[in-house]
Structures are given as C-alpha cells and as structure tokens.
Design a protein around this ligand. Structure first.
Ligand SMILES: [Zn+2]
Length: 465
C-alpha cells in the first residue's frame, strides 16, 4: 500500500513537505517548504528522510512555506526530477533568491556582532546560499500544464489543476495501480479564496481514495469581500483628499497584485483622487511582471484590463521604484502618494523606512491587508502601540491605522467544505497545513457536515493510503 509520511505542515501551517512511497518503490515528495515564524529553527533539523532517495518532487505553488527548503534538499543529495507549472517555477526562483539574500544578509550582521564579542564561531551559517538556489536550477525539471495528465515514472500519472490561490498554484491528483486496482491520491496544496480579485476560482476534483486537505482557515469564514473593498476604497479616498499619504505593507506575491488591481479599478471608475502609486519593493515588482506575463491565467477582471491596456496592472500614476535612489525620492511626497512596500509583516524591508517618514503624521493612513504574526512590528502597530522603535529611533504612531481582513488568498471553512463536497467519490481525509486547534475544529465540522472521519496528520507518522 502507498505509504504517506509528513515532514512539515503537520499541526502547523508552515514547512509543507509530504513524502509518498509507492509499492513499486517510487518515492514522491510533494512540496518542500520552509518553516516560518515560531517554527523557524526547525529548518535546521534533519528532514527525517534521506533526500538522495527521493525520485520526484512535485510543487503545488511558489510560496516560501511550500518551496523554501528545496535548496537544502538539493544540498543534502536530492537529484530527482521536479514537476510544477511554469509560473510556479518562475515565482519560486524569485522567492528562493530573495530568501537566500535575506539569510546571507542576516548572517553577515550576526557574524559582525559576534566578532566584536569574540564569539564568531558560535554563529550558525545560513540555511542555504544564492549558489545553492542556482544549483536547484540545474536539476531536471518538467513544466506541467493545468489539466494535462503527465507520466512521472513507473506507471504513475499526475494531473495539476488550478487551485486559485496564487499564480501557478495547483492541487495535484496522483494516480497509480495497486494490486491491479487504480488508486487516486489528491494533494490540495493551498486552495484559493473564491473572491477572484486577481486569481480565478479554483477547479474541482472528481475522485480521490485519499485527500490531503489544507486547513489554514478550517475554523472560520472570511468577512465579506464587498465590505472589505468598500472599506479599502473609503480609507484611500479620505486620506488622499485630506492631504495625506497611504502606506500599505504588502506581501510580494498575490496580495500586492490584488491591491494594484483594486487601485486600477478605482482609477478607471474615477474613484481614485489624483495621486502617485508607488510599488516600492524589488521582489513585488518582479512578481508583478511575472503575473502580467501570465495574464491568461488570471481572473476575468485582470484579463479585461490586459485586453484594454496591454498591461494588467498599469495605469497613469503607477510607478515601480526598483532602485534605492527612487525609493528614497518617495520621501519628498508630503501628500498624494500611495506607497505599497514590503515586508508584509513589517519585519524588514523598505516599509520600515516609510514608517519612519510617514507614521508620525496624523494626516497619513496605514492599511494592513494581511496577517501580522505575533512579535512583529506590524502586530504592535495593529494592536495600538503609541510609538515604535525604528532604526534605534522612537517614532510616534499618529497616522490612522486600519486592518482589512477580507483579502485572504486562502479558502475559508465554507469554501473548503464546498470544494470537498464536489468530489463524486471521496475516500479518506487527512488534514494538514493548519494550526492544531483550528484543525480540531475543522475535523469536527467535517464529521458534522459531511459525516466523515478525518485524520489530523502527525509528523513522521506512517499512514497507509
Ligand atoms: Zn500558499
């Protein structure tokens, strides 16, 4: 029987890494993500399996918590073939390079500090380097198309279908024969919120003997999108008309493009007051250019924008500030600017520099459009801090602070259930990719609403599918 073991995203959200071993000896890894936040230290642990024995790596999408440990996997001996959509490969490269640069930078700072204390030997080397990322690109890769069945070896076939989560995101159906009988295992990856700002709705699957389902929002439903969009537009208009600037800390992939899309819609509907919109993040600029190139895979609204202008996101007043000089020049705008910058949780990046120049001014507004983890500057501001410490300087928080939660890229409880109900034939359900308390709620809801007993996957435990 097929044997499943998870080595990440088990009772936690991050570190997605699921190993499937088939009777015919094929070892298939689905995702190899990084642990983030409180689990970050786990990245340095052993995988729990021998990377050199893995034959195939399938990638659901390019978020760091699904691809972030691939360079480590390769460093430790993986030489197999990687399958993913073309957009996932492109975005993953951007994400991995950014992650390697950040880790190298962080290492250099820690090393310098430790050197002054004579403790440089105790400084842990980064998880991987830029060179390790380049080594991933030397491995054999196969670009898959949505809905097309591909042979991945030893009679096993894989179909990737649009998960509607981020550009290139997929859920994966694996089929193989076991004792003369056809078996299907489905990995949901992350499933998209069906709000269709940038991403279209996820597709549905037909049959699965076993399903691994994500559960990020398994315990609740999102606020209505319409309400969130209304709120967003209102704050933007009020701040700009009141002579202030709008600062939006944003994640480079998907959320930034959602925001650009909404601003373009405002511009086209003449709802956007005269202003400049700065996309001030090299990574978000790279990601936006990739989204633009794959305009055919985006929502209907984005495809219409492309048809109209030959560019999904561009409109008069939108400026990409790639260089540091251009970024610094934004400081001279005392009013009439919308600044979108990373990092999304304000743990680093250009957003801190904008906070320093803008957050003390009561005419300005900060709009949080994504989750702020405990311990981050973003969280402190959201929770009402009077002042924050930026570059060793105490800065008063006088700008108005707003949190808009309706833009999530994940399906909520109702959407997850709806997606599962669409299966014509659904066997065992395995819950992954979620916080344990939320998974318990989701498990109970699956039992109540679908009459099915789901299992919450545990690290390293063997499940015979
Ligand atoms: Zn994701």
């Amino acid at each position: 029987m097929a044997l499943l073991r998870s080595y990440g995203a088990d009772r936690v959200v991050t570190g997605s890494c699921h190993l499937l071993e088939l009777d015919n000896g094929l070892k298939i890894l689905v995702d190899c993500g990084m642990f983030q936040g409180a689990e970050e230290e786990w990245n340095f642990d052993d995988f729990g399996f021998d990377p050199s024995e893995v034959d195939i790596l399938l990638l659901t999408h390019a978020h760091l918590d699904h691809v972030g440990r691939i360079p480590k996997l390769v460093k430790e001996g993986f030489r197999g073939r990687i399958y993913a959509t073309c957009a996932t490969f492109e975005l993953a490269y951007v994400v991995l390079l950014d992650s390697a640069h950040l880790m190298e930078e962080d290492y250099r700072t820690r090393y310098k500090k430790a050197l002054r204390r004579g403790k440089e030997k105790s400084v842990k080397a980064p998880l991987y380097s830029v060179e390790d990322v380049e080594n991933v690109r030397l491995l054999p890769t196969e670009y898959v198309k949505y809905g097309k069945s591909v042979g991945i070896g030893k009679g096993v076939r894989a179909v990737f279908r649009d998960a509607g989560h981020i550009l290139g995101s997929s859920f994966i159906e694996l089929s193989f024969k076991e004792k003369g009988r056809k078996k299907r295992v489905v990995f949901s990856g992350d499933l998209g919120n069906r709000h269709e700002i940038v991403m279209p709705k996820s597709k549905k699957s037909m049959k699965a003997d076993a399903l691994l389902i994500e559960s990020t929002y398994g315990d609740r439903n999102h606020k209505s999108l319409r309400q969130s969009v209304k709120e967003f537009k209102k704050i933007v208009r009020k701040t700009l008309l009141g002579g202030g600037n709008v600062i939006i800390p944003s994640f480079a992939i998907e959320r930034t493009q959602d925001i650009l899309c909404l601003l373009k819609e405002m511009y086209l509907n003449r709802e956007l007051p005269e202003c400049r919109v700065f996309l001030d993040s090299p990574m978000a600029i790279r990601a936006t250019n990739i989204f633009n190139r794959y305009h055919d895979s985006l929502s209907e609204r984005c495809r219409e924008f492309y048809e109209r202008d030959g560019d999904v996101f561009g409109f008069r007043g939108l400026i990409f500030t790639g260089s540091v000089e251009d970024s610094k020049r934004i400081n001279s705008y005392e009013k009439g600017a919308i600044i979108i910058a990373g990092s999304g949780m304000c743990t680093g990046g250009r957003i801190l520099h904008h906070f320093k120049h803008q957050i003390w001014n009561r005419k300005n507004a900060v709009i949080f459009v994504g989750f702020q983890a405990y311990g981050t500057i973003g969280r402190k501001i959201v929770e009402g801090a009077d002042s924050i410490k930026l570059y060793h300087e105490k800065v008063r928080v006088k700008a108005s602070i707003h949190t808009i939660n309706g833009f999530s890229a994940h399906a909520d409880q109702r959407q997850l259930l709806e997606w599962m109900r669409a299966f014509r034939d659904l066997g065992d359900i395995y819950i992954v990719h979620g916080e344990y308390d939320k998974q318990k709620v989701f498990k109970r809801v699956i039992k109540e609403r679908m009459g099915k007993k789901a299992k919450i996957v545990e690290r390293g435990k063997s499940y015979y599918l």
